[in-house]
Ligand binder design. Sequence first.
Ligand code: ADP
Ligand code: MG
Length: 703
Amino acid sequence: MNYPEKLLDTPVEFLRGVGPVKAELLRKELDICTFGDLLLHFPYRYLDSNHLNRICDLRPDQEWVQLRGVIARIREEGHNFKKRLTAVLYDQTGQVELIWFQGGAYVRKHLQEGATYSIFGKISYFNGQPNMAHPEIELFQAGQPLPALQPVYSTTEKLRAKGLSNRTFAHLQHALWERLQPKDIGEFLPGNILTEYRLMPRFQSLRQIHFPESEQHRDAALFRLKWEEFFLLHLRMGRLKIRNHQQAGFTFENVGDHFNHFFTRHLPFELTRAQKRVIREIRQDTRSGHQMNRLLQGDVGSGKTIVALMALLLAAGNGFQGVLMAPTEILARQHYEDICGLLKKMDVDVRLLTGSVKGKERRETLTALAEGNCSIIVGTHALVEKKVVFRNLGLAIIDEQHRFGVVQRARLWEKNRLPPHILVMTATPIPRTLAMTIYGDLDVSVIDELPPGRKPIQTIHRTEAYRAQVMQFIRKEIHEGRQIYVVYPLIDESEKMDYESLMAGIEQLKAWFPEPDYRVAMVHGKQNPEERQRNMERFVNGYANILVATTVIEVGVNVPNASVMIIESAERFGLSQLHQLRGRVGRGSEKSYCILLTGGHISNESRQRMDIMVRSQDGFVIASEDLKMRGPGDIYGTRQSGALPLKLGDIIQDTTILENARLAAQSLLDSDPELKHPQNQHLKSWLQNSAQGKEKRAWSTIS
Ligand code: ADP
Ligand code: MG
């Protein structure tokens, strides 16, 4: 076999019509270095000459339209910064004005009056007349047989300025395809899979996606290419999972005294069925002799901490050390205090290690860890620093995984001769099938049940005009002994504007709630950890009535007496974030409220988001709405961008293809987990090569 495919590794510079200057631009702008990269620069749309709109049929509610007509009256209007180019497009039924606010000079040079053009763009209306700004425009050559579907390629301003327009890309693809033979584009999917799932072969698919014979061909090509992406993704994840399952791990032989004592004497409440089930799953994993790699999903407030603690006791009872790692100092401290509280009648050495644990205390902790006197250590990423040495780390629990990179996870493992068992906990619930994709290499446990007796949190959306009423309401709650969170959006803590509005907000709040009758504490990212901690404590111990915070409190803090959560500029938060924030209240026995404050004029989308929050309290419902509205990228952060190499496939929209490919990958791995069968050899080497990035790297090794 000869992967990667040789011709496709040719530097793009050597393609007819490219040359060194354009090659450099292609590399810089679109990361296109080789023939192969160009091949994978797919059209994002097709011009469909069977679906032309007539100008007389245009309607204000239509957005994107495709027209064909003659260009006339090309004019440059205005001067200096207001300069623009206009032209009129006629067809047999009417006329549309075309406008270019930028780049007019370039367009002017190429536009011919009296010639026929195909144009595509967004229609808008001015004084009842249709016009189109910055249309895509292309000369129509009569007599030349036009394919039904013409590919449209994305390009950039810089490329266009150097003559690399959408059209040029089509020419480059032609030049490329003149040289491509079926042998250059190897098929790596086994024949039986192509047949069983009715997939178009790879060569044809790539040909059809660039130059479709028909809509059906294009769709079949797209199906195959998306399917292939999902299939490879699931194969990779599946193989990782198989490897994980084979990885030797520490065996926790017994349940152990710690676990038993705690369970029978000190557990403050009855565990939910879901909690018990997850603990059983962890017990099975850790006694199997293989390493555990498990994701624990559970909505906010579902009680993940106690599960974590019991897993840590399991490790301790078997003579192993365990860590619980949290993303922030505040959260680590809170976990530490909760755990100390729960274990106060037991003889287990629990310690804290964060950036602000210093001096003698730090030295002692490090020694205790190295000598094995400390069984449970809670902390932040300070725990993965080189200086931290464990005697026998058996279990690592990582809370709120989406804040931690995979790299940090790997660094924890390096500290041992055997990797510790890993439990990742997240409060961002995602639908099951998606979890199987995104976390396909991990085993997944779900806590799908809240502890009994939770009162629903009443969620209310109020505009700025009702601020005074909201303040009155807060006052009433404070007089009844409750505490209040007020959260400000600080998307980027370094942003001056946000910071100033936070300060202004606090001043306003202090005016409503003056000392000494009221006490306001505040935490934000500009404070140093000690200051933040002091303020946090004032709220946790009940001294402060109000905690003003930026999203630092988003994950994890637990103050059962807090009954109201006010979210300022709520429209600036994503749905899942709002849900996390809201989860900070409703933890005590009192009725709780979440008030979403927004301006009076917010976008439809924002309004929809507020409505969902008011309507639903189910994290799964909210997460899937969030996915629909924002796409997955924002939510899964690091995991998503690194681990999901999808060019065409969309894990939300293409769920049918995804599921089909996932099952195919699963059944292949069931029958041939090591990919040893002769018919799977192409696939195996493709997986190996593409994993090493050879597809992309060939050019850079030459230059
Ligand atoms: P999260 O899953 O968001 O981390 P926590 O572990 O902080 O949730 O638990 C939220 C609250 O619920 C805590 O106050 C905890 O003591 C309480 N809790 C957890 N499990 C139970 C249970 N089975 N019965 C009653 N209360 C519980
Ligand atoms: Mg938690």
